[in-house]
Design a protein around this ligand. Structure first.
Ligand code: 5GP
Ligand code: MN
Length: 334
């Protein structure tokens, strides 16, 4: 958490005279959107305005969240995003650890901005900013926003909207309260959020019971050819661009696919390779069990990063080469 001195500084600058912008990472997920909107609703309740800017569009299954429609998507509204970031007195950097994770356009705006930068994030090895609250043991940035509001002694400002947003990010980033970093504290906080108006069945249904036909068809395709190597310890899944097109891929359709590999008995690492729909690169997602560090692996070989048990990266090789290189390296993951 920020120290007492930092907290009192932050308290001073979070006032209605300052322009506040909240930014999150490229391809925002439930935790990114949940923490940004959760923080915004909390600030609004305090009487402070804030704008949320995201680098690119986010999945339909997150658009039910209160004020999701008011988010500025830099890909679609470059001028507005650029004006907001340029004129910001305070920039919150949520759920990412280095400007480059917000894509070229937004990251150059962050780097040029003179605003005070406040980082709240749970990824490994954060950059330096004016204020940094980084904790890699916490499962979700949404949980950190709750701790931050607690440290500000303002949990009375958590209303139904804030509660719904923070609950969503905790739920999605813990894989439904299943991953290792889910703690008793996580559950205590979600219990408080439920008391403040977050409705678990409504939120999980809004977020997860929204499969499109294209998603189910793509899932069936990748599961039917899932490969397990390395004595049953490593699962490999992949999707090619022509397949995405054939089944009518929509943003968010492949969220969570990588977890199917990890659900197989004996599998300790799951790798999912997917060609970008427009550009010549492959996005890779890793998930692992126990102490198998896929963050370091992604950093070392794939110009990526993330967490010990969930990370990602990119490859500029074609699919066959990328997968064959990975197969040669997979035994390092133990
Ligand atoms: P996902 O597989 O869900 O895209 O990402 C899993 C985790 O790895 C997330 O915490 C995400 O921030 C991180 N991650 C994914 N791709 C990249 C990447 O290209 N670079 C870095 N540094 N982190 C990534
Ligand atoms: Mn997160």
């Amino acid at each position: 958490m920020f120290n007492t001195h930092e907290l009192s500084e932050i308290k001073k600058i979070l006032n209605p005279q300052n322009k506040i912008v909240i930014i999150t990472h490229y391809n925002p997920d439930g935790d990114a959107i949940g923490s940004s909107l959760g923080l915004k609703h909390y600030l609004n309740t305090k009487g402070v305005d804030a704008e949320v800017v995201v680098p690119n569009d986010f999945p339909k299954f997150l658009k039910w969240m209160p004020d999701a429609k008011k988010i500025t998507i830099a890909d679609y509204k470059q001028k507005k995003a650029s004006d907001l970031i340029k004129n910001a007195d305070i920039i919150f950097i949520l759920d990412f650890n280095t400007p480059s994770r917000s894509g070229n356009f937004v990251s150059s705006l962050i780097e040029k901005s003179k605003g005070k930068k406040i980082l709240i994030d749970h990824h490994q090895q954060p950059d330096t900013f004016d204020f940094v609250y980084s904790d890699t043991t916490i499962p979700a940035t949404c949980q950190m926003i709750y701790h931050f509001i607690e440290a500000m002694e303002e949990t009375h400002f958590i209303n139904e909207n804030t509660a719904k947003c923070l609950y969503t990010g905790i739920m999605t980033d813990t894989g439904g309260f299943r991953y290792r970093s889910t703690s008793a504290t996580t559950h205590r906080i979600t219990a408080n959020l439920i008391e403040k108006g977050a409705e678990p069945s409504e939120i999980s249904s809004n977020t997860w019971d929204t499969n499109s036909i294209s998603r189910i068809h793509l899932l069936s395709l990748i599961l039917s050819r899932l490969e397990v190597i390395n004595d049953g310890k490593t699962a490999i899944l992949y999707l090619k661009r022509d397949e995405l097109k054939k089944y009518g891929f929509e943003k968010g359709d492949t969220e969570g696919f990588v977890n199917y590999g990890l659900s197989i008995l004996g599998v300790e690492v799951s790798a999912f390779f997917i060609e970008d729909l427009y550009e010549e690169f492959i996005k890779i997602s890793f998930r692992s069990k126990k102490n198998i560090d896929v963050n370091n692996f992604s950093r070392k070989y794939l110009n990526g990063g993330g967490h010990i048990n969930a990370s990602g990266g990119k490859s500029l090789d074609d699919m066959e080469t990328t997968i064959s290189k990975f197969k040669n390296l997979a035994s390092e993951l133990k």
